[in-house]
Design a protein around this ligand. Structure first.
Ligand SMILES: [Zn+2]
Ligand SMILES: [Zn+2]
Length: 407
């Protein structure tokens, strides 16, 4: 397949991708409940002549483009959900749903994957295998990848490699329209913890009659941070943030307990498991040593996002061929944000790429999850082209390898 031709076809689709995006932008929905969005995706795929399965993880939609030649299956994944934010962009196509907004760009992911679907469907005679189109709900929580996997999205036909993409400014160094790729750990796990330090309340002037959970919490915070500064390999990023502390109600009363809540971000699964264990050991040791007791809860959220070297290299080379060397950049370090895509990458070799969506020259600079978040629509065709071309050439390559090894 000539990628120059595919590039030109993607450029021709630009207006249609923009239309899809603007339609979706007006109907933001939350979590696993995306009736209007998934109906829109289903309808559009059917109009393209692509068979569709719905109802995976409630609102998930899966399309399958079967190539004319049998072969392996490559998956492309987009997320479809929005955020509970009141939009303040003033755009003509702003949200029609009060208190909900596509403030992370998932409307653009959905539109760009529809664009890739149209490109691939037009070339299905040249596909040496299948392309599965995965539209998932609930990336912003509670998570849609795992329930879709449970509902069989990676089976029948089995997915052998997967690619996902995020637009915007997650990696600020990626300029508008450029594709950022990264090797190995690229995004962090997203876990949440709760600690209750239980002491014995009393008069602020008579600490000896109490077990002061405020003072114990002070010691505990320092000790928890030591897990990062003294037990973690310094070249492996790890974040332990306590975002909420609550205890006491009067200046001269020692309360009976203090609550802490926070998040841990790790880029490696073994380090994530280790800090969860060590945190509880430190909480137990310090509270016991200082005569208090505790409650400790650690909720494992999304795992670290780790890309596969082979698929990443393939996508990087494809993007370079499509857009030239200036259209691609290699990311040198991970971000500590989390992504539901990580669950797919735990099970199937694949990668996650970043399409630069901010454009200071056009005044488009606001961060994700803000009420004025927007992206430069001019980059959309590039996203669709990168997805479609990566799938097409991956099938080409892997079909050839198998064919050669059979002989
Ligand atoms: Zn987000
Ligand atoms: Zn997002």
């Amino acid at each position: 397949m000539n990628l120059k031709a595919l590039r030109a076809e993607a450029q021709e689709l630009q207006n249609e991708i923009v239309k899809w995006r603007r339609d979706l932008h007006q109907i933001p929905e939350l979590g696993l409940d995306l009736p209007e969005t998934s109906a829109y995706v289903e309808r559009t795929l059917k109009e393209l002549g692509i068979p569709v399965k719905t109802g995976l993880a409630k609102s998930g939609v899966v399309g399958l483009i079967a190539g004319c030649e049998p072969g392996p299956t490559f998956a492309l994944r987009a997320d479809m959900d929005a955020l509970p934010i009141q939009e303040e962009t003033g755009l003509a196509f702003a949200s029609r749903h009060p208190g909900r907004m596509h403030a992370c760009g998932h409307d653009t992911h959905t539109a760009m994957l529809l664009g890739a679907a149209k490109l691939l469907q037009a070339h299905c005679a040249e596909l040496k295998g299948n392309v599965k189109l995965i539209f998932q709900p609930a990336e912003e929580g509670p998570g849609g990848a795992e329930p879709m996997i449970r509902d069989g999205v990676l089976a029948d036909p089995p997915v052998e490699a997967i690619l996902g993409m995020h637009i915007g400014t997650i990696f600020k160094e990626v300029p508008a329209g450029v594709i950022g790729v990264g090797y190995g750990p690229l995004m962090a796990s997203l876990d949440r913890f709760y600690i209750k330090v239980i002491g014995k309340g009393g008069h602020g002037a008579m600490p000896e009659t109490t077990v002061d959970p405020v003072a114990i919490t002070g010691t505990l915070i320092g000790a928890l941070q030591q897990l990062v500064s003294r037990e973690q390999k310094p070249t492996h990023p790890l974040v332990l943030t306590i975002g909420r502390i609550q205890g006491g109600s009067a200046y001269n009363v020692i309360p009976s307990f203090v609550e802490l809540e926070g998040t841990v971000r790790a880029t490696r699964e073994d380090e994530r498991q280790s800090i969860a264990r060590r945190m509880e050991a430190v909480v137990a040791g310090i509270t016991q040593g200082l005569r208090a007791s505790y409650e400790f809860k650690y909720d494992f959220g999304y795992p670290p996002l780790v890309t596969d070297e082979g698929v990443t290299r393939h996508v990087e080379e494809t993007a370079r061929e499509l857009f030239g060397p200036e259209g691609v950049m290699t990311l040198s370090e991970p971000t500590m944000g989390g992504e539901d895509m990580a669950f797919f990458l735990e099970r199937v070799p694949g990668t996650f790429i970043f399409l630069g969506g901010a454009n200071p020259a056009k005044g488009i600079v606001r961060a994700h999850h803000s009420s004025t978040f927007d992206v430069d629509e001019a980059v959309f065709w590039r996203g669709s082209a990168a997805l479609a071309a990566s799938a097409l050439t991956w099938l080409d390559k892997n079909h050839k390898q198998r064919h050669a090894s059979r002989r």
